[in-house]
Design a protein around this ligand. Structure first.
Ligand SMILES: Nc1nc2c(ncn2[C@@H]2O[C@H](COP(=O)(O)OP(=O)(O)OP(=O)(O)O)[C@@H](O)[C@H]2O)c(=O)[nH]1
Ligand SMILES: [K+]
Ligand SMILES: [Mg+2]
Length: 443
């Protein structure tokens, strides 16, 4: 696809910086380079050059590189100017570029959008690229990288081809059969291949939780009666005073949420209000929030003060929970290595005993929760919507008897369209804004 306008943007981060990278893409790139540095370098070479304004005055000296279409990120003629990262330097270069006819500043994600439209990657590839830029932990980075290579697209494309093949069998029958009933032999082949595919899609959908955990983090809720030491433990784990601690029961009212990076895994710790009966109105709201946080967490840490009697206010049980005995510095009979119950953990927020073991456990649980899928899972809510739609249509196909060939073909067409929407093969115009506007300017 040819665009008439040439776009440019500062693609590196906030100024001032040691070096700034200005990126250009479009039909006027050669012309712009000639204007700014006086020549067009050999493609794919970094060349030292003096950058000048239209009166010939030097703006800066730096590097310039040129990428001839279609061998560039966008598929168009493209270039990069590497200047010093001073605010005035970059401002002068951008001003100079703006004065060249046919050039305009790029919108957020516009380079990537052009790359997509020129077939450099499919929509899932673009989304993975966005994830890579947003990745904060090593786990997120690895996951995003795994998805940038077009593997997801290949999977969905393969499924589409199977559906299209099945549909072709049905349509061949449509052309020949008068009564619109498929012969028994073909009917069972078609049905079993549709059922098999539906099963594959279903198990793929299940893998979404992996992506969610990697992206949003492994959710850990700290619950327990008032004064169990929840806020103290949270602070000790993140080594910051995030939550207020006091000897007054009912100190924490709202949820206090902090992120932790454990060995490349994002862990989200939530401190909650102490759960007890007969709390006042505000505290009761906090208790409800606590219960809700615990209910939606991947792991619940149930804290118990070893110096306090066992709590009866905490009847709710959660599928994955661990009892953590707190304040063990106050009882010399209890030590980290020897808790009264071997299934429990023992810690002291005051001395730091037991914290390493707890952190190791959190990391292990989070890693286990993301499984060994190697990133081969749906990684956006958007994908899930279309996968569910495809699965639903295939399910309708398998369930109905005597649907008639035409309706069967129609269901398969719908399923194939749904999969096509994930990779961006069909009507995606409205989606492009959503996906690419999330990118930064210059990408
Ligand atoms: N000795 C000792 N005291 C602790 C420890 N952890 C917490 N405390 C004390 O226990 C009291 C309650 O601690 P918090 O962290 O506020 O307890 P909480 O569970 O968050 O309490 P609420 O928010 O009111 O539900 C404070 O006085 C803390 O100093 C510990 O490991 N050792
Ligand atoms: K307290
Ligand atoms: Mg608290």
């Amino acid at each position: 696809m040819m665009f008439r306008e040439t776009i440019y943007a500062l693609s590196s981060g906030a100024l001032p910086s040691a070096v700034a990278v200005i990126r250009l893409s479009g039909p006027h790139v050669r012309e712009a380079l000639t204007r700014i540095v006086g020549f067009v370098p050999e493609p794919r070479q970094l060349v030292l050059a003096t950058m000048r304004n239209s009166s010939g005055e030097q703006i800066d000296r730096g590097f310039v590189s040129y990428f001839a279409a279609p061998a560039s990120f966008t598929g168009e003629d493209a270039a990069e100017l590497d200047s010093h990262g001073g605010k005035a330097v970059v401002a002068a270069l951008l001003k100079e570029l703006s004065s060249i006819a046919g050039l305009r500043p790029a919108d957020p994600g516009e380079f990537a959008r052009r790359a997509y439209l020129n077939g450099k990657f499919d929509l899932t590839g673009a989304e993975a690229l966005g994830d890579l830029i947003e990745a904060e932990t090593e786990g997120q980075r690895r996951f995003a990288v795994a998805n940038t290579g077009g593997r997801t697209a290949a999977l969905y494309q393969g499924w589409r081809e199977r559906i299209i093949h099945t549909r072709a069998m049905i349509e061949a029958e449509l052309d020949f059969a008068d009564e619109g009933d498929i012969p028994e032999s073909i009917g069972s082949t078609v049905l079993s291949s549709v059922t098999e595919l539906r099963q594959e899609i279903l198990s793929h959908i299940e893998g979404y939780s992996t992506a969610e955990i990697l992206r949003e983090g492994f959710q850990v809720a700290l619950i327990g009666p008032p004064n169990a030491g929840k806020s103290s433990l949270l602070n000790a784990l993140v080594k910051r005073d995030v939550a207020i601690v006091s000897d007054e029961p009912g100190t924490t009212r709202d949820l206090v949420v902090v992120n932790l990076d454990l060995g490349g895994m994002k862990i989200v710790l939530t401190d909650t209000a102490g759960i007890r009966e007969g709390a006042g109105k505000v505290e009761q709201q906090g208790v409800e929030r606590a219960r809700h946080a615990a209910g939606s967490a991947h792991l619940v840490l149930r804290l118990q003060d070893i110096t306090a009697p066992p709590s009866f206010g905490l009847k709710d049980e959660y599928t994955d929970e661990i009892v953590v005995l707190t304040k063990i510095d106050l009882d010399e009979r209890v030590s980290v290595g020897d808790p009264p119950d071997p299934g429990h953990l023992a810690v002291s927020a005051k001395t730091g005993e037991g914290l390493d073991a707890l952190l190791a456990l959190l990391q292990e649980r989070a890693t286990k929760a993301t499984g060994a899928t190697g990133g081969f899972v749906p990684f956006r809510e958007r994908h899930l919507v279309h996968l569910r739609e495809a699965e639903r249509l295939l399910g309708e196909f398998s369930a109905a008897r005597n649907l008639g060939l035409e309706l069967q073909a129609e269901l398969l067409r719908g399923a194939s369209l749904a999969l096509g929407r994930i990779i961006g093969d069909v009507d995606v115009e409205d989606l492009l804004d959503v996906i690419f506007s999330r990118f930064c300017v210059g990408k």
